[in-house]
Design a protein around this ligand. Sequence first.
Ligand code: UDP
Ligand code: MG
Length: 312
Amino acid sequence: MTENFTGSKISIVIPCYNEEGNVELLYKKIKESLPGYAIEFIFVDDNSNDNTLNILEVLSVKDQNVKFLSFSRNFGHQSALRAGLEYSSGDCVISMDGDLQHPPELLQSMIEKWKEGYDIVYTVRKDIENVSGFKKFTASVFYNLINNLSDIEIKQGAADFRLLDKKIVRVLVDDITEYHLFFRGLISWIGYKQTFIEYIPHKRHSGTTKYSLSKMINFAIEGITSFSIRPLKLAILMGVTISFLSAIYGLYAVGMALFTDETLQGWASVLVSILFIGGINMILIGIVGEYIGKLYIQSKKRPYFLIKKTNV
Ligand code: UDP
Ligand code: MG
């Protein structure tokens, strides 16, 4: 089957949180990278407190194809991505960061892959020399944890820079109703015909990273608990192991008392084991709580985002 791609419309979704120094240049670079294409820009302003929204409004007056959505508060990167998908109308949708770390020069080859018949073209960060050592370390811990603790497999370095065919966009928007969004995982879970392209990230053009350590830790917990209940099983395993070991130690202590003249003593070991078990208990309650919390939030069916201003 050969499809006709002439006249196809490409939507580009760009979440922006305080990216005033980047959006205009990014817009220009995307236009340069895709000459002759009908492009729909969807900038999602995640309630920036700098000049981002003003710049977007000006841009949208100059160019009819620039759409912007501005959130009523900071709803986070993943919600911004979802909003962009919801409001997109292209035959395929490409999501990319607003800081020029995702090279616009790659767009052309992503579209080529789509034309070859792939439904999802994701990208994998290759040489990360433009990324700080700390970011590399946390990213590697993140991917290892997620791949070992959850039921999905995400390629080391997979980014939120990807092309989706419009039918995938429909699936993500209409059929995925989970409140806690983790697109990298969903993309792995969803299947269809996928391929990937490797890329070397640029340095962030302007501004600083919007992912603090606490945001990253939260993101990792989201990712794991959204795709697996393996941590709950680990909790059972840990409980069984500790009970077993303490039973053996108990038998040993009773044996010593019955069959020898010595009795085991030492308040230090008692204290340490009480604290140890207490700590383990709290961690396990925390893990269970994480899942219950997810159920609680999901049951409220709150919207993913609220829009305070848009031109769509
Ligand atoms: N972002 C967002 N809301 C947030 C945090 C980030 O929309 O609460 C956007 C940000 O503007 C950027 C993208 O998500 O376009 C990725 O963020 P960033 O570049 O700070 O992350 P890093 O590249 O450091 O992982
Ligand atoms: Mg970045």
